[in-house]
Each structure stands twice: as structure tokens, then as C-alpha cells.
Design a protein around this ligand. Sequence first.
Ligand code: CA
Length: 496
Amino acid sequence: MTNQLLIQYFHWYYNENEQLWEKTAKEAVNLSTLGVTGAWLPPAYKATSGGYSVGYDCYDLFDLGEFDQKGSIPTKYGPKAAYLKAVKALKDAGVSTITDMVFNHKAGADELETIKVRKVDPDNRLEFISDVMDIQAWTKFTFPGRKGLYSDFVWDHQCFSGIDRSENPPEDGIFSIQNEYGEGWEEVPSTEYGNYDYLMFNDIEFRNPAVREELKRWGEWYYKTCGMDGFRLDAVKHISADFLNEWLDHMKSTFEREFFVVAENWIIDGVEELDAYLQRTDGRMQLFDSILHHNLYLAGKEGEDYDLSKIFEGTLVAYHPELSVTFVDNHDSQPLQALESYVDFWFRPMAYALILLREQGIPCLFYPDLYGCKYTDKNDEGEDVEVELVALEELPVLCQIRKERAFGLQRDYFDYPSCIGWTREGTDEIPGSGFAVVMSNSNEGFKDMEIGVRHAGQVFIDALGRITDEVVINKEGWAQFACIAGNISVWVRKEG
Ligand code: CA
């Protein structure tokens, strides 16, 4: 029996001097020891700023740090050879590689084309606010640095449904491109702004069958090149769900294997929309539980005013535990990023317990919580701000408890606004398994909880060391477990 555990193995401000692919290879065994079963690596293909791009402004999907394009041969994370070594090191250590798939858009075109467009109202993209006009725009991708190796497909305006810049006449805005596949946007999951097909850069036109075929060929090439075990799908609310279903089915049937698939569909309230998407994709993918992330953020921000007993209310993991990937933060929610909503430091050990020590959901760690990081960027006012995210010292302990003890029946005691707890009973097959968790966002807390008669007479200690007293389980399998004010204790068997 293995408890799945993922890690997002990067963050927005990862320092390019610290060659991520090399670091991944070096750390693969440590990750496995920690209990990590899958590593989500950042987009590995060449993007517009060459050696500096995080990767979501992708330019050439076939350039994994191999060709002199965008001012650099390697990507921000290193050259292709180092990438392949990293994936192999993970595999050798028993850790799956989950690749980041950016299907929504491309950026950094090689040539201008004269194309027909209509401008749309940015707040209601279904409304045209100009007549059809000819503009010059960057819509042709020939990848001169790659010279047709792996694929000679040329992307032009037939492959894109929208763009946000006219070069001539110079003008910014959202332009709907007129191509052979119809006018206007594709049907996508999000109806924000009328239709949220267009997110950024050159929006890919999936109604063009040649585009769908090229992306399938690319998927085959990518799998044959590195043999990943899963995909993290970027920005799916802006992408035709039918295309993703078709692409995933193609990969599965071509290689006669299952892939682990998790999609980013950023919604912080209204689980109905996530539920609708899961129905639309019919079990092909899991979703990140952005609603739980938001609840964790609120819990950190509101302190003792937050009702902990409701922390899972309305979350995806409460509705679809089998299709949820739970996380505390990611590269978009970290400080100074677009969706900044970083869970406050005091609450992070609790937040991690709420994903790592639960039966429901597959948790995903965030790189800075393991290693820490420092960076500087501008805030909304344009001032430089220095950020330090310290590594969470409790994290290795919590991961180890997940790996070795998070088994058996779960009993919940989410019965008091400022103090909640739960137990896992453990199983006979795994000696020392089972534990009890108590957390409080206010005064010190106590909980009478049942952990099971299998533990009767056994001594339990706080694995986080917040409390040094021992607890003995009574003959009915119950005990009173405690935690100090605004904190958490995880009680495990003394001789575990
Ligand atoms: Ca789109």
C-alpha cells in the first residue's frame, strides 16, 4: 500500500542559475525517501525569453533546450540532456514525472502575416466592436533555429483564434482572427467575459484539424523522447474540453497505458463548475482543488475568526475525493504573483496536515515549502519587494507520517469552530500506522477522539514535539489528545 504524494518541483521565481534539471536528478532519491510518488516539472520547452522564461509563454514545443532559439540553447532549467537525465533519475527512484502541458497558446512568432480580424469588447468577448479589418500581426511560427527537425509543421493564422496585438496599425486589444474555421471563439468551459477562450498571446485554434493532429504527433514525440508518466494540463478553462479528451484518448490508446492527469481549472468558489468539468472529461483527469486552497488562505488570514469545522465545506475534495489533487500553494498563488493568496506562515503546518494526513485527495507539495526561497519582484505599485519563503520545518515529519502511518479508518471530529481533529486507525499490516491530529486557531485545544481498540494501552507522543506529555489510549480505544494555542499536534505511537 502506497499513499500517493506529488510535488510541484519549481516555483515562479526559481533561480535559473540553480539549474533545476540537475537539481531534480540530484534530489530524486531524497524525494522518494520523503514519500513523493510524482514530480510535476515546469514546462520544459523553449519559451519567448529563452533562458529566463518560466515556460508558460511557450514558443517551440519541440525544443526541450536543444536549439539556439530565443537567445539560448538551454531553457531556464537547463539543456535537453539534463532534462532527460532528470526524468530518468526520477524514474530510477520510483518517482513519476508529470510534464506541464501548455496547450492554450503560443508566443513569440517568427513572422508577421496580414490577417483579417475583428476587435472584441474585452469585458464581453462575444461582442465585436469593430468591422473586419486587415492588420499585420505576429502569427507565423517557422522555428528557423530547429530547421524542421522532428516536425516541419508551420503555424500560421489558420492555427489561432485570437491575438492581443496588431503590429500595423500599432494597436493593443483583443482581436478575433478570421480563419477557415469560423469567426469568433471556440466553446470553452469558462464563460467569464462572455467567453474566456482568449487568455493571452496567440490563442490556439483547435477547430483546425491540422492543429489537433500536430499536437498529437508532438505528444507521441514527447513521450518517446522522455517517457513521462503523467500530465499537468495548464489553463483548461480556456481550452476546448473536446480537444483535451481527444488528445488524452490518443495518448492512452497509442501507448496502451494509463497516464496520471491533473488539470488546472482555477475556480475559488462554486464547486459546481468544477463538477461540470469533471463530467465533461468523464474521469480522464483530476483537478487541483483551488477551492480548498482558497479556504486554507482564508483560514490563515482570518485567524481565530475562521470556522475550522467548515474548512472542507464546498471544496472539490469533499465532493470528488477520488478526482482531487489538494495543495496549499502554487506558482500563481505565491507572493507577488497574479493570483497571490499565499497561506500565512503560522497556518502552513495545519494546512499541510489538512492535505497530507487525510484519506481524501492526492496532496501536492510546493517546492519552496521544502527548500525555501528568496526573490525580488515589483508589487502592484511598482515598488521592488523582497520575499523570503522559509522552508517548513514540519514538512518532512508530516510527509513521513503520511508515508508510514496514514492508513486505515478515518474518524473526523470537525465539531468546534476553533478546534478540530481526526484520527486514522492504522492497519495490522503496517506496524505503527495510525495517528491522531488536533489543531486549534485559538486557545489550546483538547479533543476526546476514538483511534480504535487495536491501540488500547499504547502510549502516544506528539510527533511535532509541541507537547511533551504522553497520552495513553484507554481500553475502549479512546483518548484525549491536545494541542497548544494556534497550533497543531500529531499524535503517533511511541514505539512506531
Ligand atoms: Ca483558448
